[in-house]
Design a protein around this ligand. Structure first.
Ligand SMILES: O=P(O)(O)OC[C@H]1O[C@H](OP(=O)(O)OP(=O)(O)O)[C@H](O)[C@@H]1O
Ligand SMILES: O=c1cc[nH]c(=O)[nH]1
Ligand SMILES: [Mg+2]
Length: 210
């Protein structure tokens, strides 16, 4: 089982994250860096995935070789910004099933508003990895995990890029069974629910919408 909280302190992750935080970084670079970091974070969040063996033939002999049970994994992206993490992980695990939960955060109440949901069948038989770069108040991630549990998901992991202490506490109170993997835990939230020092609005920076 993964720890309740894993902070991926690898130098490559931290270096790329620093460039992403810089407000002078272009949309194109931001998107490319998120893709690169997602490959490295995927390595951590997929630790201890269920394994199987597959019979193969090397040039020398037959062997039962280890393989991931690819069809047993479901990746769930919280739209929009989750798609930036999803793309990289899918490069590593192309056989994974994919779902989407559309949520945006109301800027006044900071409550999530759901506008879309399409997830794979039989989540109860899969390891479900929920991806969203930002864990701020935790309202969006708690709502997404609530929904996935209603749809049967049992073994869930949450992958983000940046987390606030408040968001981690909220997730751990609501879903203590869901391990969190992140590249960094920042200082706090500001009055508008933004992570400080943070990187701004991940969706806007990724898609150039502001
Ligand atoms: O922890 P919370 O306080 O709920 O905030 C985090 C959420 O905010 C951002 O999404 P946003 O609402 O900006 O939607 P977007 O991805 O479409 O930009 C982010 O991608 C998370 O989903
Ligand atoms: O800092 C934050 C908080 C929520 N959503 C973001 O994109 N950034
Ligand atoms: Mg946004």
């Amino acid at each position: 089982m993964l720890e309740h909280l894993t902070v991926v302190s690898h130098p490559l992750v931290q270096h790329k994250l620093t460039i992403m935080r810089d407000k002078g970084t272009s949309t194109a670079s931001f998107r490319q860096l998120l893709r690169e970091i997602s490959l490295l974070l995927a390595y951590e969040v997929t630790r201890e995935l269920p394994m199987t063996t597959r019979q193969i033939e090397t040039p020398l002999c037959q062997m039962d070789a280890p393989a991931i049970e690819g069809k047993k994994l479901a990746l769930i992206s919280i739209l929009r910004a989750g798609n930036g993490l999803l793309d990289g992980i899918l490069e590593l695990i192309p056989a994974a099933r994919v779902g989407f939960v559309g949520l945006y955060r109301d800027p006044e109440s900071l409550q999530p508003v759901q506008y879309y949901c399409k997830v794979p069948d039989h989540l109860e038989d899969r390891v479900t990895i929920v991806v969203d770069p930002m864990l701020a108040t935790g309202n969006s991630s708690v709502a997404a995990v609530d929904l996935l549990k209603q749809k049967g998901a049992r073994e869930i992991r949450f992958l983000c890029l940046l987390a606030s202490p408040e968001g981690i506490a909220r997730m751990q109170a609501a879903h203590p069974d869901v391990p969190i993997v992140t590249a960094a835990v920042d200082e706090c939230l500001n009055d508008h629910g933004y992570i400080v020092p943070g990187l701004g609005d991940a969706g806007d920076r990724m898609f150039g919408t502001k």
